[in-house]
Design a protein around this ligand. Structure first.
Ligand code: NAD
Length: 297
C-alpha cells in the first residue's frame, strides 16, 4: 500500500483515483473544483486544500489535468519555482497522465528531475469507460527506473502499460494515436453518409466492414451511427464521452509537433480543420463522433 496524491479529479481522474483506493492505496486528492474533491472523499479518499498539500507525505503523485499550461502551473508554480517540484520530498515519483504537448512534458521532467524527483509522462487511451473499468492503455515516457516504479501503480488503473522511451515519448505516442483516431472517425463517418445516400443500410455496412479491411476502432467500438454498437455515444445524442474540443486539442498538438519535427501530415491537418469547424459550430462539448452530423451536412 502506498501513499498516493492525486491532482485533477475530473471525468478521467476521479475514476482513476477511485481504482487506486479500491486497490488498497491511501489516496489524497485535490481539484480546483471542490465538488470533485468531495466525491473522492465520499469514495474513501482524503481531501486536500491545495496541490502542494497533496505532495506532503506522498510517495507518488498522479496528475490528470486538462492541458500543458495546467501541468506547468501545478508542477512548477506560476513563478516557475514553486509547485510540486518544490513541495514534493526528494525521491517522490510524479506521474502525469494528462494529454499535453511533448515540449512541456520534456521541460517539466527536466525541471523536476533537477530537484531529485522521478517523473514519467503517462497519457492514456480508453476514455471514461476505460478509466472506470481500470482497462486504460498507458503510454509511458521516462527513465527505466521511473517506469519500473510507476508500473505497479499504473496496473491498478489500466490493462496495457507500454514504456515508449525517454521523457515526452508517452505524449508523442498519444498524439500520434489520436491523430489516427481523428482521421479514422471522419473516414468512418464519410463512409456511413455515403452508404445512406446509396441506399445501403447502416447495419449492413457495419456487418460487412467490421469484418473487412475497413475495420477500425472508430467503427467497431465507437460507431458514429446509432444501432450497431449500443454503447457508442451515437445512441445517446452524442453526449460525450470524449468531446470534440478534446479531439481538436489533440489534433492541434499533433500539428504543432509535426511542424516542429518537420513531418508532413496532410490528413492530420485536414482533420484539425474539420474538427475546428465542428467545434466552432457550437458542438465543442458534444462527443467527437458527432462529426458525422457535420459530414452529413
Ligand atoms: P476534465 O476537464 O473532466 O478534468 C480535469 C480536471 O482538472 C477538472 O476537474 C479541473 O477542475 C481540474 N483542474 C484544472 N486545473 C487544475 C489545477 N490547477 N489544480 C487542480 N485541478 C485542476 O478532463 P478529463 O476528461 O478528465 O481529461 C483529463 C486529461 O485526460 C486531458 O488532458 C484529456 O485530454 C485526457 N484524456 C481524456 C479522455 C476522455 O475521454 N475524457 C481520454 C484520454 C485522455
Amino acid at each position: 500500500m502506498a501513499r498516493i496524491g492525486f491532482i485533477g479529479l475530473g471525468n478521467m481522474g476521479l475514476p482513476m483515483a477511485q481504482n487506486l483506493i479500491k486497490a488498497g492505496h491511501d489516496v489524497t486528492g485535490f481539484d480546483v473544483s471542490r465538488p470533485n474533491v468531495e466525491k473522492l472523499a465520499a469514495a474513501g479518499g482524503k481531501a486536500a486544500e491545495n496541490a502542494n498539500a497533496v505532495a506532503s507525505g506522498a510517495e507518488i503523485v498522479v496528475t490528470m489535468l486538462p492541458a500543458g499550461q495546467h501541468v506547468r502551473e501545478v508542477y512548477l508554480g506560476a513563478d516557475g519555482k514553486s509547485g510540486l517540484a518544490a513541495s514534493a520530498a526528494k525521491g517522490t515519483l510524479l506521474i502525469d497522465s494528462s494529454t499535453i504537448d511533448v515540449e512541456t512534458a520534456r521541460a517539466v521532467a527536466v525541471a523536476v528531475e533537477k530537484k531529485g524527483l522521478l517523473m514519467v509522462d503517462a497519457p492514456v487511451s480508453g476514455g471514461v469507460g476505460g478509466a472506470q473499468g481500470a482497462t486504460l492503455t498507458f503510454m509511458v515516457g521516462g527513465s527505466d527506473a521511473a517506469f519500473e516504479r510507476a508500473k505497479p501503480v499504473l496496473e491498478k488503473m489500466g490493462k496495457t502499460i507500454v514504456h515508449a522511451g525517454g521523457a515526452g515519448n508517452g505524449q508523442a505516442a498519444k498524439i500520434c494515436n489520436n491523430m489516427i483516431l481523428g482521421i479514422s472517425m471522419i473516414a468512418v463517418s464519410e463512409a456511413f453518409v455515403l452508404a445512406e445516400k446509396l441506399g445501403l443500410d447502416a447495419q449492413k455496412l457495419f456487418d460487412i466492414s467490421s469484418k473487412s479491411s475497413g475495420q477500425c476502432w472508430s467503427m467497431t467500438s465507437y460507431c458514429p451511427v446509432p444501432g450497431p454498437v449500443p454503447t457508442s455515444p451515437a445512441n445517446r445524442d452524442y453526449q460525450a464521452g470524449f468531446t470534440a474540443a478534446m479531439m481538436l486539442k489533440d489534433l492541434r498538438l499533433a500539428q504543432d509537433a509535426a511542424k516542429s519535427a518537420g513531418a508532413k501530415t496532410p490528413l492530420g491537418a485536414d482533420a484539425e480543420r474539420i474538427y475546428s469547424r465542428y467545434a466552432e459550430s457550437g458542438e465543442a462539448g458534444r462527443d467527437f463522433s458527432g462529426i458525422i452530423r457535420m459530414v452529413r451536412g
